[in-house]
Ligand binder design. Structure first.
Ligand code: NDP
Length: 255
């Protein structure tokens, strides 16, 4: 019997990551979901397994900013076989205090870089030798903020900068891994509703402003992102590598 294909989704317990995990499981893969909260991962496992109708999800609790924990999680994943698809989706907007001192600013920038960049760098490096050759798929979840700046004055640009750093790093990986038959792409979503990322910064007004930014007059959904990842992860996408793909309802044009 052919071995079941394996996907790994960071931040797979909530929002966009959970929808990606559900899509990859529905497409017949075993899916490892990573995040810090074990109970949230367990809830995602239960609901995705129920929807798929078979045990598909393997929760592995881990703080992906911690090198030692990432190494331990990678050892658990290595037991499951080669990794066909790795989706670096974990991330968060770190908000610096409004009356920030330089020390507070430095702390917020470091945490934004740790959460949105280092998580992906550590996990990818730990699993790089485990990626299937040929045919592996590496997908980074960036943000439209990387293309146009953003997340407002509160974050002092550190979120946009951290996400943009993923792009240059991904281009180098695409070059290095292309000869092994592995594709590397960046997906940059615009506003996606129904996730935990905005927390108490979300309001009806915030939502309306984000929707007004689009050409299609609606918010994106986690399922929109999952459908795009489903394609990028598929054998049909083998000629697509080294790209930044915008998924934003037209809020950013041509990039
Ligand atoms: P969520 O807050 O719902 O998801 C973020 C996930 O990342 C959570 O499951 C969280 O789990 C996990 N995570 C955060 N930090 C760590 C860490 N240190 N170690 C392990 N896991 C971590 O928000 P979204 O679904 O919206 O965000 C998913 C991705 O999409 C993010 O990278 C975000 O920047 C990006 N994005 C979102 C957009 C939107 O409008 N929603 C737009 C553009 C990009 P836990 O807390 O349990 O660790």
């Amino acid at each position: 019997m052919r071995q079941q294909r394996l996907a790994v989704v960071s931040g797979g317990g909530t929002g966009i990551g959970k929808a990606i995990a559900a899509q990859l499981a529905a497409d017949g893969r075993r899916v490892v979901v990573l995040g810090r909260r074990a109970e949230v991962l367990e809830q995602a496992r239960a609901s995705i397994d129920r929807a798929v109708g078979a045990p598909s999800v393997v929760p592995v609790p881990v703080d992906l900013t911690d090198a030692q924990q990432v190494g331990e999680a990678a050892a658990v994943i290595a037991e499951l076989g080669p990794v066909d698809v790795l989706v670096n989706n974990a991330g968060a907007v770190i908000t610096a205090p409004a009356d920030e001192t330089l020390a507070a600013l430095a702390d917020a920038w470091r945490r934004d870089l740790d959460t949105n960049l280092l998580t992906a760098v550590l996990l990818t490096t730990a699993l790089q030798e485990r990626l299937r050759r040929p045919g592996g798929r590496l997908i980074m979840i960036s943000s439209a903020a990387a293309q146009r700046g953003g997340a407002g004055a509160h974050s002092a640009g550190s979120y946009a900068a951290a996400k943009a750093a993923l792009h240059g790093w991904a281009f180098g990986l695409a070059r290095a891994l292309g000869p092994d038959g592995i594709t590397v792409n960046v997906l940059a979503p615009g506003y996606i509703e129904d996730t935990e990322i905005f927390g108490d910064r979300w309001s009806e007004r915030f939502h309306a402003e984000k929707v007004a930014d689009t050409l299609v007059g609606r918010a994106g959904t986690p399922a929109d992102v999952a459908a795009a990842v489903g394609y990028l992860a598929s054998p049909a996408a083998g000629y697509l590598t080294g790209q930044v793909i915008g998924l934003n309802g037209g809020a950013v044009l041509g990039r």
